[in-house]
Every structure is written in structure tokens, then in C-alpha cells.
Design a protein around this ligand. Sequence first.
Ligand code: PLP
Length: 387
Amino acid sequence: MTFELARRLETLRSQGLYRHRLTLETPQTVNITVRGRSLLAFCSNDYLGLAARPEIADAFMDGLRRWGTGGGASHLVNGHFTPHHELETALARFTGRPRALLFGSGYAANVAVLSVFGGMATSVLQDRLNHASLLDGGLLSGTRMVRYLHNDPGSLETHLGRAGDAPLVVTDGVFSMDGDLARLPEIAALTRAHGGLLVVDDAHGFGVLGERGTGSVGHLGLDSDDVPVLVGTLGKSFGTSGAFVAGSEEVIETLIQFAHSYIYTTSTPPALACATLKALELLETADTERAHLSALISTFRTEAAGMGLGLMDSQTPIQPVLLGDNDRAVAASAFLEDQGLLVRAIRPPTVPRGTARLRITFSAAHTHDDLARLLCALKAAKDRGIL
Ligand SMILES: *Cc1c(COP(=O)(O)O)cnc(C)c1O
């Protein structure tokens, strides 16, 4: 076997980088069952607890009865339905942009944006901690790509100086593995000053930050001149599936005409758009959930800092505990699992080498008792030298 699959897999194992899937035997809530065991989970991106909400399931089922199960064709042939149109209109209103365009996943949306606008750019400048889908899309663009220092406007400025007259600048709004907020006002100002186009992927900001859950961009009060291309995903706070790009008439029409990951793929089930319309309504009015999340986050940070845990600079529901070594992160995760808690170890290449971590995430569905259980288990791990 010339591909040497067994050897490659063994290498991963020996480096502590082998990944295993868990099979959930219950819906995506904070209390799940895996291999017959109940676990309190702190690792999903379902920040508002919408993934298993009955109102959204009802909207999905009503949609299924009315529209059937499949889109049946791509959007440009005859797979574009009234619910898709209604959801795009609602997402445009929600983000305060003229148009929005639906995609089957955030991965597909980012590949579309980066391949099309990156392909027209003189350079593609990306934060070095951007999501893998943005980096992959950048490679597909065929344009010279530079990764500037994480959330560092000085580094961005240096690279903009050599980036030609039409740079594409790309950043996560909230960084998925660190939880910190991008310095968007400075990044937007620099991008404009250099005649560039800014793309913000706010997968982890929507629903959590800003008035009505309008995300990092809403939270920081930036408009569509600052952030002309805004990407959001629907599988995180929205609790459903898919993604959208919001922007001007020209931005959206350009994607429709040129983006292969939009054109050459079947539309998502129209019933899914019915479910997401309901999710959007719940997300916009989830002020109580957002306030509860903030309270959980601030208590966690105070208590965890008191224990001397390696917290990161994050005010969002993503609260990683940095460990560094891969095996240590895996051992810490296993210890917590023994205590009935599910927190997954995140290792390279998802994060840079030497920065393996526990990625703790909070959901509005967690109670203060759940948080107390987590803190108690972290304390026990700390006392045993595991953290
Ligand atoms: C999850 C995520 C994506 C991918 O979205 P999917 O809908 O899961 O494909 C893109 N960007 C960021 C920052 C993400 O965290």
C-alpha cells in the first residue's frame, strides 16, 4: 500500500493528535448521554440553547409538511424557494445590509467569499488564527496570501504596505478557539485607508454579542462601509444549520454569479429555512439568555482566575484553559469526563503547536449549579496537578 495509511495514522497516535468522535445518544443540550453515560457538556457552540428548542422543531416540521424534504436542485436551476427568499430578507434586515445570501454551511460560504473576492484581490491578508475554512478558501483564490500576527493592527498595517492596491483583509469576529474579539474598528480603518475590502466571519459573535444578537459588528457599532462582507453561520447560536453572507447588492450578486460553492451545490431543504426563521426570531429576543450567559462567564472567570487556571483574554462564551502539551490536554479532558463533565481537548492543527487547551464553552442553558459543578471538577484537577 503506497499511501501508507497505517503508518500515517500511527504517527498521529504517537503524537497525541489522534481524534475520536463521540456519538450522542440524546439531543444537543447541556445534559447529554454518551455510551449510556450522562454527561454535563461544556463544549458545543449552541450558545443560546436553541438546537433542541421545540418551537424551532415545530417550525421545521410544519415546513417539512408544506415543502417536503429536499431542495431538489441548485438555487440557480430551480431549487430556490419562498422560505429561502424570506429567510434571506430577514437576515438582511437583521444585519442591516441590503442583501443576504444563504449557503449550506459556513465552510461553503467562506470558500465562496475567499475564492471570489480573493481571486480579484492583489493580496489576501488573514489573521493567523482565522478559521480553517477561510484559509482553505484563500488557497483556492490562487492569490498571494499573508497571515498577519493575531489581532495585531500593527502587523496588518505592515503587510498592507506591500499588498498592492486591492487587498482583501479577512478576520474572524470572535476567534473560535481563543474567544477573543477582533479589533475591528482599527482593522476596518486600516483596510479602508489602503483601498481594501474587509471580510468578517462572525460565526461565534451572532446571537451572543450586540443588541438583538447582531454580533461583533453590532456590538462595536460598525456599519456596512466598515465591514462590506459579513459572514454568519446558522449552526451555532441559531441552533439550525447553514450560513449566510450579508452585504451590498453588488457583493451578493457577485457571489451568485461567480462562487462555485454557491452555484454547483443543491440548495438546503426549504423547511430548514422555515426552522431558521423561527430561530432568528428567538435569537433576536434572547436578551434574558444573553444576560444569563454574561453572568455565567463573569463568575467563571473570577473563580477560575482565583484557582490560577490559564485563562485567555475572552469575554465571550468561549473560555479556553491553556495547557500547551497535547497529552496534558487529553488527560485533563479524560479526568473531567470521569467526573461526569464533557470538555474536549483542542490540539494542533486546530490551534498552533504548543497551545493545546481545554475549550470550555458556555450556553444559556447552563445553570449556576452546572457552573459550580464545573468549577469543583476543575479545582480537583488543579489540586492533582492535572491542570
Ligand atoms: C464553525 C465555523 C465555520 C464553519 O461553519 P459551518 O457552518 O460549521 O461549516 C466558519 N467560520 C468559523 C469562524 C467557525 O467557527
